[in-house]
Design a protein around this ligand. Structure first.
Ligand code: SF4
Ligand code: SF4
Length: 362
């Protein structure tokens, strides 16, 4: 825990760490869009300092705009020579800036919905996500809120591929949504609740949930699916073919998985085992989904997505794989709107499709 400064908004050592070198500017998607210092990581840290010292109050229009315009992608962290924990700073900023009724109303609605575990369970009954009782010593699959409702086939594919992974009922939200939308206390509380409900190791198919849970429950306890598969020595079977040839597949990194947890190799290795892997020039940059960003700032979200879609088309791939349900939704919608022939899939769907070409696993 970092000690609060006199302003009490930010952890003291977190804010002090920035040396204003500007190395983070080229890594920032919002700075790339505007070329405006205020929408860069360095510019936002300057705004946070002004807030902390009282030089700006939280009604200042630039503060209001920049707290919301930031994607929270943490790409700036990966290039910062001073080790600034920008993700933590952003959470503290929004905790203050978006407190109570100042939080965007759509975020308030989403946060209230996912706190009702019975509603999430109801989704499961209707959408038939995977279900399998907890077993001592077996890892448990986190049934993410978005995935439960939109992509129940993802959890079913995990169970078919790795039957040792259980999928206990009665799970709530992991709290990532709250932490990213100005309520990090609830975010931490929900993460602890999931930790108690799913004792032992937790596997998730969502990069955002993995990063949030591992920050609260420990890196050893929480594994994103591709990490888990590589760690247990999962041998992908078969291959995915299209029109008599091996299919060409690209990856869209999950920002929090890549920038927060440093997981990049594993999904690429797994895709390469069943298809011809194609690296996109901007695979590691944000797709604009960014948690609730695509709902709160749809226009900016689409602007961030546009070069990504162009690169996918240019690469001549058949599929683009996502390792986070928000990215999957963003890519599917974007590709559909463009009339593209490229399909977006979750990694586990691709692996399961490859297994289908070989018959059941021995
Ligand atoms: S956040 Fe890091 S890279 Fe960016 S200006 Fe500060 S010290 Fe430099
Ligand atoms: S989190 Fe992403 S959008 Fe926000 S300042 Fe860092 S690089 Fe820019």
């Amino acid at each position: 825990m970092t000690e609060p400064t006199a302003g009490g908004i930010f952890g003291k050592d977190l804010l002090d760490r920035c040396i204003s070198c500007g190395f983070c500017l080229p890594a920032c998607p919002t700075y790339e869009l505007t070329g405006d210092e205020a929408s860069s990581p360095r510019g936002r840290i300057t705004l946070m300092r002004a807030l902390e010292t009282g030089h700006l109050d939280d009604g200042d229009p630039t503060l209001v705009e920049q707290a919301s315009f930031c994607l929270g992608c943490r790409s700036c962290e990966t290039v910062c020579p001073a080790g600034v924990e920008y993700g933590a700073l952003l959470e503290q900023w929004r905790d203050h800036q978006w407190r109570g009724m100042r939080r965007p109303w759509l975020a308030r609605v989403l946060m209230a919905v996912v706190r009702r575990a019975w509603l999430l369970r109801l989704q499961g009954l209707v959408r038939r996500h995977a279900r399998a009782r907890a077993r001592e010593g077996s890892p448990a699959l986190l049934l993410g809120c978005v995935e439960r409702g939109l992509y129940p086939e993802v959890s079913r594919a995990v169970r078919r591929l790795r039957p040792e992974v259980t999928a206990p009922a009665g799970q709530g939200c992991c709290g990532a949504l709250h932490a990213h939308n100005g309520d990090s206390a609830s975010g931490a509380e929900l993460a602890r609740e999931i930790g108690a409900r799913l004792p032992g190791r937790i596997v998730t198919t969502a990069g955002g949930c993995a990063a949030h849970l591992s920050a609260h429950l420990g890196r050893d306890r929480v594994k994103e699916l591709s990490e888990y598969l590589v760690e247990v020595g999962h041998l992908p079977l078969g291959e995915v073919r299209v029109g008599g040839r091996r299919t060409r597949v690209a990856l869209q990194d999950s920002c929090h998985l890549r920038n927060g947890m440093g997981v990049t190799r594993q999904p690429r290795e797994l895709i390469g085992a069943v298809a011809d892997y194609v690296e996109l020039p901007n695979a590691g940059t944000c797709c604009g989904a960014a948690g609730t960003y695509s709902v709160l700032r749809p226009e900016d979200s689409r602007t961030v997505l546009a070069p990504k879609l162009a690169a996918i088309e240019e690469a001549g791939v058949d599929y683009v794989v996502a390792v986070n349900p928000g990215c999957l939704r963003q890519l599917r919608q974007g590709l559909r709107a463009r009339g593209s022939r490229v399909r977006a899939l979750h990694l586990v769907e691709l692996l399961y499709m490859a297994e289908g070409s070989t018959g059941p696993r021995e």
